[in-house]
Design a protein around this ligand. Structure first.
Ligand code: SF4
Length: 236
């Protein structure tokens, strides 16, 4: 299978099986999504979603977050990984949004990455989810899944992964392809032991063809274990 055919196979499969893929973070406006994505670095979306309602209730606008005290914000997010740094990032991000961008979340990567706590991945999430641009945010799931399937070749970092993916995914599908790959990595092609048994991408997946099928297929073909017959007991 050529790389182009591999892309076509995966895109067809995802279109049929995950037509409405979207972020699992809860938010109602760009400011809230930005807060949620900053908090989600090395933390699960589930944990972030448990935390953000209290933040959005106390700081419903970016102006209020810009004036927040560090100890108050820390108190609300202390169950999240790297709470100290993220506290400083949230308040710093809010201050810069107010002072430099009139409180409006920028619509381009160049400005977004200037905000505290915002790297290229976060910026790409905002430009694609909020502004509908063809940006590919690459996180650990996208990086791993793309490499395993063979959508990327020898990508050494997230930028190379991003560049290789956007080169071969049609522009109108780049935003949803980010969610396809994240969700697939989160629930099926998991880091430790991918669940190839239930994966529809097997025919196109390089890692399956070179490695996993030698583990998975013997397991699938193994005879079912015999049911143990309970011994008869005699009444006394
Ligand atoms: S076949 Fe296995 S390794 Fe390949 S994408 Fe599916 S789960 Fe991941």
């Amino acid at each position: 299978m050529t790389k182009k055919e591999r892309f076509e196979f995966c895109i067809d499969w995802f279109k049929k099986n995950m037509p409405n893929a979207e972020t699992e973070l809860h938010y109602t406006n760009p400011y809230e999504l930005l807060v949620a994505v900053i908090l989600s670095a090395q933390c699960t979306d589930k944990r972030v979603n448990m935390t953000t309602p209290a933040i959005f209730a106390k700081y419903p606008t970016v102006d209020l977050l810009a004036k927040a005290k560090e100890e108050d914000v820390y108190d609300l997010i202390k169950s999240i990984s790297f709470a100290n740094n993220k506290t400083r990032h949230l308040i710093g991000m809010a201050k810069m949004l107010v002072e430099k961008y009139n409180g409006i979340v920028p619509d381009n990567t160049e400005d977004l990455v200037l905000l505290p706590g915002v790297g290229r991945k976060t910026a790409n999430v905002i430009t694609s989810v909020v502004y509908g641009q063809a940006s590919m945010a690459v996180d650990t799931h996208v990086f791993r899944v793309s490499a395993r399937i063979g959508l990327t070749t020898k990508a050494k970092n997230v930028l190379q992964t991003e560049q290789q993916l956007v080169a071969l995914i049609p522009e109108d599908l780049i935003a949803i392809a980010h969610h396809w790959l994240i969700l697939h990595g989160r629930y099926v092609c998991v880091a430790r032991r991918p669940k190839c048994e239930i994966c529809g991408l097997k025919p196109a997946c390089k890692f399956y063809q070179t490695d996993m099928k030698y583990i998975v297929e013997p397991e699938l073909n193994a005879p079912a274990p015999k049911k143990s017959v309970p011994k008869k007991t005699t009444a006394r």
